[in-house]
Design a protein around this ligand. Structure first.
Ligand code: SF4
Length: 256
């Protein structure tokens, strides 16, 4: 049956890409991924440069998402909103509500740059993947944005207070901060009560020595057993251009 999409605020969502099925971006669920356009930060390792410009023409419409969900009832468990930075967009709350109304779980990948908006979104979310990009002292250099670390850590406190399921995610290579700082980050996260931490290798030349000498989970596990760390294989990368050609599967976020 064709999807019937009434006029909703969700139609204003600027969508840079849609992945019809993922098994790794929404833990424990089969999900579709909606890549939202726009991000005000400029992390040096960002693989989705094509999504950063919030004003770029959107190649997908919200009606495509609802059409997909109508055809995947019983096959998909949920939808995860990624980016870019989804919380940048005012249409996100309605999009989440629409997804839930259609009977699907909702997930969010966020860098936590808008803790107030995230706070308001939490009742609409079943799971959050929150980037914690590094220790506070290194944050602004990673994001190239002043004050970014305080915002992310405030978002972590908001998510924890809400009771919504979540995990923290860190993309690391030796050029960002050293292993002592990585260990300190593990300790800080554990002290904050984080029990689910995904540490991803960043695919840059600077990461090569680290990959050869020890996997990230070895360092974190050795120095902070209170933090349960999952080491995931790097997802396949797709450029926004490939995404627009609808070459499945779509790209995945490097830090989410
Ligand atoms: S890595 Fe994430 S937070 Fe950083 S610039 Fe890219 S989309 Fe924005």
């Amino acid at each position: 049956m064709p999807a019937r999409t009434s006029h909703t605020a969700a139609q204003a969502l600027r969508i840079g890409g849609i992945t019809p099925l993922t098994t790794i971006d929404f833990p424990g669920r089969l999900a579709a991924v909606v890549f939202c356009q726009g991000c005000p930060w400029r992390c040096g390792y960002c693989h989705n440069a094509g999504l950063l410009d919030a004003a770029a023409p959107a190649p997908h419409r919200w009606s495509e998402v609802e059409q997909l969900l109508h055809t995947r009832r019983g096959l998909l468990d949920g939808v995860v909103f990624s980016g870019g930075e989804p919380t940048l967009q005012a249409a996100l709350p309605d999009a989440l509500a629409r997804v839930r109304a259609l009977g699907f779980a909702t997930g969010l990948h966020t860098a936590g740059m808008y803790p107030e908006r995230l706070q308001a979104l939490l009742p609409l979310l079943d799971w959050v993947g929150l980037d914690i990009k590094g220790p506070l002292a290194h944050y602004d250099a990673i994001t190239r944005t002043p004050g970014s670390g305080d915002r992310a850590w405030e978002s972590l406190r908001c998510v924890q207070a809400s009771g919504v399921n979540y995990e923290c995610r860190t993309t690391w290579h030796a050029g960002l901060f050293d292993t002592a700082a990585l260990r300190a980050l593990a300790e800080d996260l554990a002290a904050q009560g984080v029990r689910q931490w995904v540490l991803q290798e960043c695919s840059t030349p600077a990461s090569v020595p680290w990959c050869r000498t020890a996997p990230p989970h070895a360092v974190a596990a050795a120095h902070q057993p209170a933090v349960r760390l999952i080491s995931r294989p790097r997802p396949r990368r797709r450029t926004p251009a490939a995404l627009r050609r609808r070459t499945p599967p779509a790209f995945s976020h490097p830090c989410r």
